[in-house]
Design a protein around this ligand. Sequence first.
Ligand SMILES: *[C@@H]1O[C@H](CO)[C@@H](O)[C@H](O)[C@H]1NC(C)=O
Ligand SMILES: *[C@@H]1O[C@H](CO)[C@@H](O)[C@H](O)[C@H]1NC(C)=O
Ligand SMILES: *[C@@H]1O[C@H](CO)[C@@H](O)[C@H](O)[C@H]1NC(C)=O
Ligand SMILES: *[C@@H]1O[C@H](CO)[C@@H](O)[C@H](O)[C@H]1NC(C)=O
Ligand SMILES: *[C@@H]1O[C@H](CO)[C@@H](O)[C@H](O)[C@H]1NC(C)=O
Ligand SMILES: *[C@@H]1O[C@H](CO)[C@@H](O)[C@H](O)[C@H]1NC(C)=O
Ligand SMILES: *[C@@H]1O[C@H](CO)[C@@H](O)[C@H](O)[C@H]1NC(C)=O
Ligand SMILES: *[C@@H]1O[C@H](CO)[C@@H](O)[C@H](O)[C@H]1NC(C)=O
Ligand SMILES: *[C@@H]1O[C@H](CO)[C@@H](O)[C@H](O)[C@H]1NC(C)=O
Length: 645
Amino acid sequence: VPGLCFLLSLSGAITQKPKATCPPCPPNASCVNGTYCTCDPGYVSESGQKFFTFPLEICTDINECKPPFSIYCGPNGECQNVEGSFYCRCVPGYKLLSGDVEFKSSSENTCQNVTPSNKGKKELQQIVDQFEMLLTNKTLWEMGKKQEVSSTATSILQNMESNILATALKAPGQKVQKVQNSTMAIETRVVTDNCSEEKKTFHLHTQMNSMDIHCNDIVQGNIQGPSAVAFVSYSSLGNIINASFFEEMDEKDRIYLNSQVVSAAVGPKRNVSLSNFVTLSFQHVKMNPRNKKSFCVYWKSTEQGSHWSRDGCFMIHMNKSHTICNSSHLSSFAVLMAFTYQEDDSVLTTITYVGLSLSLLCLLLAALTFLLCKPIQNTSTSLHLQLSICLFLAHLLFLTAIDQTESKVLCAIIAGALHYLYLASFTWMLLEGLHLFLTARNLTVVNYSNMNRLMKWLMFPVGYGIPAVIVAVSVASRPHLYGTPDRCWLHLDQGFIWGFLGPVCAIFCVNLVFFLSVLWILKRKLSSLNSEVSTIQNTRMLTLKATAQLFILGCTWCLGIFQVGPAAQVMAYFFTIINSLQGFFIFLVYCLLSQQVQKQYHKWFREIMKLKSESETHTLSSKVSPDSKPTEVGDIFPGQVKEKF
Ligand SMILES: *[C@@H]1O[C@H](CO)[C@@H](O)[C@H](O)[C@H]1NC(C)=O
Ligand SMILES: *[C@@H]1O[C@H](CO)[C@@H](O)[C@H](O)[C@H]1NC(C)=O
Ligand SMILES: *[C@@H]1O[C@H](CO)[C@@H](O)[C@H](O)[C@H]1NC(C)=O
Ligand SMILES: *[C@@H]1O[C@H](CO)[C@@H](O)[C@H](O)[C@H]1NC(C)=O
Ligand SMILES: *[C@@H]1O[C@H](CO)[C@@H](O)[C@H](O)[C@H]1NC(C)=O
Ligand SMILES: *[C@@H]1O[C@H](CO)[C@@H](O)[C@H](O)[C@H]1NC(C)=O
Ligand SMILES: *[C@@H]1O[C@H](CO)[C@@H](O)[C@H](O)[C@H]1NC(C)=O
Ligand SMILES: *[C@@H]1O[C@H](CO)[C@@H](O)[C@H](O)[C@H]1NC(C)=O
Ligand SMILES: *[C@@H]1O[C@H](CO)[C@@H](O)[C@H](O)[C@H]1NC(C)=O
């Protein structure tokens, strides 16, 4: 047989290759230098010779997986020999991260445990199903009592979090797990390294929402084993723990939940306070919300039940479809939206802005007049001045900051400042009433100047002190009722608004009594004596003006009370228009219609004209007559309007 083979191969070699020099090589061998045969890579000759010419030499496969080679494929990897070669593969139950089957060496080993992760996925699915059962269990939710509903929701949410985290930590090999169903979607992620990369964040995404969390906040110093983060979106839980669980809810706020409820949790260290903000992105349920405001809230659990709260959560960006929030702690989160009819009504908004701007201008002019117009300065004008300043500041704050509701603390401070400034305006009005009353009463009393001095002394402590006391008491009793979700003003529930309306109504009534008695005193005086008529008339005029002012300012806020019920819309218009006109009214009555002030205006005007004409004559050196009288110019003031009321 060997002889026959030799002859056959010889003949084959001769027929294939006419090159006589190369010997016929056996299978799995090739010719080198045209003189020798050598086994192919992965084969070895049975004789052990590397180069040979004997054509019956046999090249056999080398088993690289057995000694002496014993290729190492890394953990959970095994070597697999094939003809002329070998490869590595993962042991059963493990898989390459890439999904491939073969790899070449231990350096390419990424074998992952797949069996437990399938188990993990199944467990997660079980959690989802269990949740679905809880959600549809009517007996759980139809207890009626809000407090119980909120406690049930809290315990379910907390159970969910711990179960999901436990499941994720059981299969640390599976870095990312996702499960989704109609009621909830879960994504978990396991972190095994110790966040050596600075500023590394993880992005988790479920259905419509996503979360970015800093690696350090997941690991929380736990370097012994893996840590996990879970992000869960609940699509229908918001129907149960809806906006009526908002802690700042009151009847006039129309608030609704405009996102899914999401939960974020880390483990095994369950510290919820974070060193960096966690950023949450919510897709709105209702697109294109009409109002421009949304609140990021979290589910705060307390002894007395749970509710949505804004502490530590704030909105950083919002557009038609998304709201993005930052939070300093982990919990369950959602986005609330609020809108009021005022915001719906662009006409009302325009009136407010135009009217208040006009008011601000008028108040500024009035304040400047009271301050600079020397001839009219007396106790009465200094009272007007303080009133104008308070109203100016109040309106300015109202215009610029009434809707700065993003930060709860800032909003509460704004509400407190507004409360103080408006109250101070009213206190100064009360002082005006008191001043008029004393003036009238003291027309006959000798120590008038004494009274006047007392008034001057008491003015500032009373005018700025009383509102401060009222605000301080309000702050001390219920600080959380400063600032509502849609505007920085006092809350309407628990009668808190009476901290403002109460003093206003009281001042209104007291002033009314003052004015009526002043008029009565003056009437009696007028009939009894005919001297001092001018003083009496003057005082009467002031009283009438002050009464008008009282109605303009006082009634406005009384109208504010009626902004509920069927006539709310009309009342809102009245309120806004009259409120906006307060500044204009003060300027009109005390400056434009006052003869003394008019005279002063004329004087200033003349001076300005003189300066102007002087400078003109200087610069142009023309023949403009220097005594051009600007008397006619005075007609632009309604000076001819007689001080008649
Ligand atoms: C080695 O030889 C055998 C038998 O002729 C053949 O089946 C096999 O394909 C050869 N191997 C290689 C790598 O060429
Ligand atoms: C084949 O030829 C090369 C160069 O011509 C030489 O370096 C080598 O040693 C030769 N191999 C053998 C087995 O003779
Ligand atoms: C619903 O919840 C109640 C109270 O936990 C429980 O007793 C009942 O078995 C649940 N029903 C279903 C259908 O799961
Ligand atoms: C939830 O998922 C499970 C398993 O994937 C499926 O059998 C069930 O029908 C799903 N439920 C809903 C409401 O989609
Ligand atoms: C984190 O890992 C790196 C590299 O593995 C190591 O040098 C460092 O000491 C570790 N840090 C901590 C806090 O364990
Ligand atoms: C909240 O849910 C309760 C009970 O399901 C419902 O009566 C109420 O109208 C809801 N409130 C809001 C603001 O959606
Ligand atoms: C929780 O984390 C915060 C911030 O990282 C840290 O200040 C606080 O001490 C931690 N609390 C506990 C109980 O570990
Ligand atoms: C929100 O959080 C992210 C991540 O911590 C941070 O980079 C960003 O500055 C925060 N934005 C604001 C407005 O605080
Ligand atoms: C709204 O903001 C989100 C997140 O920043 C962005 O993905 C989306 O494209 C924005 N949509 C519009 C209509 O601007």
